[in-house]
Design a protein around this ligand. Structure first.
Ligand code: SF4
Length: 415
């Protein structure tokens, strides 16, 4: 019996290609091999893996997860960082991935290999074919070059990935391609994870949702993602000094940036139930001193912008007349997206809610184990439709997930 190891780079490219292979080679044993050491950052790599696994599970195909040997990949493409897509760096990148696929195929006793990269309209079919055949020959196996795109393949890929609500990345994968493909856009914040939390609209938040979804689908429980857009606020940097001494602080989300350095004096104090508000002369910027330990504060209501608010803990010494120095750089992303995950039947009156996103200090959101154990406990009622579990996104920025869910529920019930 022929055995084919299929290199897979992402769920979207695999969703039609694997179907096509099963159809074209009904008597061949097919196994997936997810190998993407080129992907940056690692959360993106994990996201592509979980979506690949979802696709393979839905098609009853076994899939191995290759090693994330990024360092080796970076060393091998050294000197080709500035090449355009489809240039020399991409040929090396294909070489690395197909060479590994051939090696693993040989070790497993497979006699054929192929890659779903052949599916991508951005990849050169002839170059991939040449590389694949050359490498396969070296290992004494065969490279199967399949024209996945022909006969409406791209349309089928788009249709199926939409149906399965697959994560659709908007760049090829590596850090160099990302810079080239997004020229003119500020991409730095996409590459960096701030703090240890799953911030609203981040890859970490999406990965969390996909992990839960994958678990549910393996259990046979139906899931639906509901994506919504919002304006995201990101802190780039902030400095706060009292009498020239730096002070540990956080910011109220959606604080507007400060131009240059703001120098002011504390003018008055107002006491509230949970904090003291310090007003400064000549500015609307405020300092809040919490009556408890310093911690991040979620937004109760969605906002577009607020006057800058610096927050300090109960032990910070603040007095009228003290000299304050403040700096604040923030940015807004108008194309941010978050999502709710609806598990089970949305029409069920019994709903359990969890939050997926967390504050930058990692607090507020739910734990993966906690949600998984709730799903396990409610497996039968979820399948019967007598309960619905909803994991809400972007809760820390004005309960956006809940608002989107309520709007969505309204729409659903009107259908
Ligand atoms: S652009 Fe894509 S194919 Fe080219 S080197 Fe980067 S990840 Fe590899």
């Amino acid at each position: 019996m022929d055995k084919m190891l299929v290199h897979i780079c992402c769920g979207v490219d695999a969703v039609w290609a694997i179907r096509k292979l099963k159809e074209q080679f009904p008597d061949t044993k097919i196994k997936g091999f997810f190998y993407d050491p080129n992907i940056h950052p690692e959360e993106e790599y994990e996201l592509r893996w979980i979506e690949t696994k979802r696709v393979c599970d839905s098609l009853d195909i076994d899939c191995i997860k290759g090693e994330y040997d990024l360092e080796n990949w970076l060393n091998q493409v050294k000197g080709y960082e500035n090449e355009p897509e489809r240039g020399e760096r991409c040929s090396i990148c294909h070489d690395i991935r197909l060479e590994k696929t051939a090696k693993v195929a040989k070790e497993l006793g497979f006699n054929k290999i192929t890659t779903v990269l052949l599916m991508s309209p951005k990849k050169d079919f002839q170059v991939l074919k040449q590389i694949g055949e050359h490498i396969a020959q070296k290992y004494g196996i065969q490279f199967q070059s399949v024209e996945f795109r022909k006969g409406g393949g791209i349309e089928m890929m788009n249709k199926l990935s939409k149906q399965q609500q697959l994560y659709h990345q908007n760049y090829c994968g590596c850090i160099y391609g990302l810079f080239k493909q997004r020229q003119g856009l500020d991409i730095i914040t996409e590459l960096v994870s701030f703090g240890k939390g799953r911030l609203a609209g981040s890859r970490e938040e999406l990965l969390f949702i996909k992990q839960i979804r994958s678990f549910c689908e393996n259990l046979g429980v139906s899931c639906k993602e509901q994506t919504f857009s919002f304006i995201n606020w990101k802190l780039i940097s902030s400095i706060m000094k009292i009498q020239k001494q730096p002070v540990y602080h956080t910011l109220l989300p959606y604080s507007s940036p400060i131009k240059g350095i703001l120098r002011a004096k504390i003018e008055s104090i107002i006491e509230k139930a949970d904090k003291y508000i310090y007003k400064l002369n000549k500015t609307d910027t405020q300092i809040w001193k919490l009556k408890k330990e310093l911690k991040e504060i979620p937004l109760k209501e969605p906002r577009i912008l607020t006057n800058p608010v610096f927050i300090v803990g109960k032990d910070t010494n603040l007095e009228i007349g003290q000299k304050i120095e403040l700096q604040l750089k923030t940015e807004f992303d108008a194309s941010a997206k978050s999502q709710n995950l609806i598990i089970g039947d949305i029409k069920s009156p019994n709903k359990i809610f969890f939050h997926s996103d967390t504050l930058p200090d990692g607090t507020m959101g739910a734990d993966l184990k906690e949600i998984i154990s709730c799903i396990k406990q409610n497996e039968e009622p979820l399948k019967r439709g007598s309960i619905c579990i909803v994991v809400l996104g972007a809760s820390t920025v004005g309960n956006l997930g809940k608002r989107a869910f309520l709007e969505y529920t309204e729409l659903e019930s009107n259908l």
